[in-house]
Design a protein around this ligand. Structure first.
Ligand SMILES: [Zn+2]
Length: 101
């Protein structure tokens, strides 16, 4: 019998969560440095706006990716779809009540 790996794992969960926190903490510096070194010189203050908008977009995308994590046990959504970010506070799967590690 061939062992089928689970579609979703806690390792995957940690990667999604870390990606979000990394973007949240490091993103603003990257956005500001990019704007300072290149964008503002070429596009003025709009350059700063663009780099911050790009960071915010990436952050929301990472949050959405984290929130669409599937439960390792029932393989359905672990979190509610909405509200974005706030639903991530849930400690248990919304479908089978599996607890977070
Ligand atoms: Zn579940």
């Amino acid at each position: 019998m061939i062992h089928k790996p689970p579609a979703s794992t806690w390792g995957d969960y940690r990667i999604r969560a870390r990606l979000f926190w990394l973007l949240l903490l490091v993103g603003p510096f990257v956005a500001l440095v990019t704007a300072e070194l290149w964008l503002i010189e070429h596009y003025g203050l709009h350059g700063l706006g663009w780099s911050l908008a790009a960071w915010l977009g990436a952050l929301l995308l990472a949050a959405w990716h984290w929130q669409s994590f599937r439960c390792p046990r029932c393989e359905r959504r672990f979190f509610e779809r909405r509200p974005l970010l706030l639903a991530l506070r849930a400690r248990r799967c919304i479908n089978c009540m599996l607890s977070k590690e």
